[in-house]
Design a protein around this ligand. Sequence first.
Ligand code: B3K
Ligand code: ZN
Length: 880
Amino acid sequence: PATIYLKDYEPPAYRIEQTQLHFALHEDYALVTATLSIARTAGAPETQALVLHGQALKLESIQLDGNTLGEGTYVIDEASLTLEAVPGEFELRTVVRIEPQNNTSLEGLYKSRTMFCTQCEAEGFRKITYFLDRPDVMSIYTVTVEADAARYPVLLSNGNCVATEALASGRHSATWHDPFPKPAYLFALVAGDLSVVEDSFTTCSGREVDLKIFVEPKDLDKCDHAMDSLKRSMRWDEETFGREYDLDIFNIVAVDDFNMGAMENKSLNIFNTSCVLASPDTTTDAGYQRVESIVAHEYFHNWSGNRVTCRDWFQLSLKEGFTVFRDAEFSSDMGSRTVKRVEDVTVLRTSQFAEDAGPMAHPVRPDSFIEISNFYTVTVYEKGAEVVRMIHTLLGAESFRRGSDLYFQRHDGQAVTCEDFVLAMEDASGVDLGLFRRWYSQAGTPEVSASGVYDEEAQTYTLTVAQRTPPTPGQTDKQPVVIPLAMGLLGDAGNLPLRLEGELPDTETSDNTHRVLTVDSAEQRFVFTGVNEAPVPSLLRGFSAPVRLDYPYTRKDLQALISHDADGFVRWDASQQLAVQVIMDVQAQLDAGSEPDVDPLLIDSVAAVIADTSLDPAMVAMMVTLPGENYLAELASHTGQADVDGIHAARDSVREALASALSEQWQSLFGRLHSVEPYQASGPEIARRSLCNAALGYLSADSVDGVELALAQYHGANNMTDRLAGLQAVAYFGNDVQRDAALADCFDKWHHEALVVNQWLQLQAMLPLEDALSRVQALMAHDAFDLRNPNKVRAVIGAFASGNPVNFHRRDGAGYRFLREQVAVLDGMNPQIASRLLGPLTKWRNYQGRGDMMRAELEELAAVSGLSPDVFEVVSRSLA
Ligand code: B3K
Ligand code: ZN
């Protein structure tokens, strides 16, 4: 397969001004008639051939301005249809035959259970009809969908429904018109027997918008949360970004078989059921929050993505980074900003830092790819959002808003680049973002090392900050980047006033204990004056830049930050750093064959956090939760190689120490927080449950009584959060009989709810038991499993490979072999899912004593003939 380069971008030679589509949907085929008004773009030579994209299409007929084209007047290969000579303006009509019922890639037009649906981003439209399937070709669509009226009473596409018709033989049709020009990737169609929940929203200018969520009839009771989230998103985007919705109708459809979370098709968002349905009985708190943020994310795309779209797929972060930033701000405003930040940073540091340090490392704006589907990554999304967040920090909220207003106004209806976004921000604010642009082109996580010297006599504190970015594949030379370093200085009684050398006292702002330093060269010094005690620096507050920060904190320093820094993020981060240090100590002790000896400082510090009633319970829950094994492995592989078993044993042993040393505290926390009041998905209630269940986890790790408590909670719970937490504790810490009985009971009661079954599967795939792999194989043979359903595949195979480190990394290599075999099978059905599952194997350089076995499986895959471009690209980059 060929590599495509950003530097080769050329504007399209032809435009498609109008697109008329007719779909005749049948059980064993579909006919798609496309009538396209095409015009050569000014400046393109008359001799320029017209090359339309098309894949897996059977051309039935083709006409140019009404004249049928005979064979020999066009050329078809497996990826395109070429017309050598065409007029400057003409109408092209094609009829193609496709087989949605056999489309297991879930890209293009396919069937999910009994409904037809589409997924076109990034390049799926070419599996529906011949077209210029690139985001800089924007067209106005009129779409007629025709199908059996009894099986498919609901027929949807983008925009407004302009006509419906009853047809012969029990068929009917609906015609939809979308007045906004859009790229093909935003096209959508749905046909099915769906029920609907309806509501409405009045926009800031007083327009009434009909909101509809279409689901299978059995799921009608699970739509309220998504609907509320949608209305909150619409209001928030008006208030925070000045963005009003632009059509009179907004539809969401829930689909069972879906490759990712959801898709922002113009006015017809299509969602994975797992990201839209929510009910207390089937959905955990985390699930509720995911629904809220994904509904918001897709809605926000209506401006950041649809009204202003991407020129080419290298610019993907233009819409994704910006929209993730927008949805994160929304979630922060709806709940706790610090909690949301901690959750996002955990993902970033665990997954994105690992991606940036591995063979798949790429810049936020990649410069080449084989298969664009492989670039919907944590780097493009989450690091992309961090880049937008840094612009927000550097400009300040007001200038940032002026910048986004200018961006939307300047580029409405256009397909643009990341550079256009940065320029709008610069033009509106007057802030020079010259060097800042490196964040878009340079891959790798910058390493920032800081050190401080206090001069008692001079009353100064000198902070020295150095940065370097390690080389990444294909990018050996790295330049310094612009790092907004939010910070403060912590003294005995609280944060100290800050004055930099040379500043006059009157330049101090109202909050003079906090500021953002701009670090933009390899090494810099900042001298603070008037510092009358030796401070502990509070650095990278709010995680103000996506960097690895290294400061030689003592454990006392960390304890001081944990107990009284003004920044919630720093307090949490210090609690994690302390835990990391202690876990590493224990790992070394276990390695040396000695008894683990957990530093009492950690125990004291956790006890103090539990006792601190000024803290949000959700913060306490996060501060008393030990860093995850994948994060610990990422840290270890940064400086050497990770010992998965050692990490697991050490973390368990520290958890046991905390469980037993603080058993009374966990007991009283649980007693105080446990409740059987009716479920509410409110912030305070979610926070309460998170801490209560953290306590339950420690209690069940500590004693059989704790396991009994978990069992009782599992059986008595009136909501999925508490039920699953109980089940999980029993499954981890109970005996075999308790575990198997509880798991069987859960399936028995909930087998009719696919989304509950998925959580049941996932929990088991992640259990760190010795027979985990055979359990996983048994789950795959279970009736509840289906290899064609991505949610099931992720719940079992994905969860095992990325959430069960000790078993995936079994010494005998059986975990690796299993994953390779599954990927090979899945690649023939659904290349996007196959390629995504491969992620854990690509990290083969990180694991002590395992690298050769992991690499051997990648080599085995590389030798398979007929690999998809998706899997081929990941395998070949990982082995390079
Ligand atoms: N834009 C889609 C992702 C499409 C992925 C295609 N492989 C969802 C989102 O980011 O909103
Ligand atoms: Zn998105």
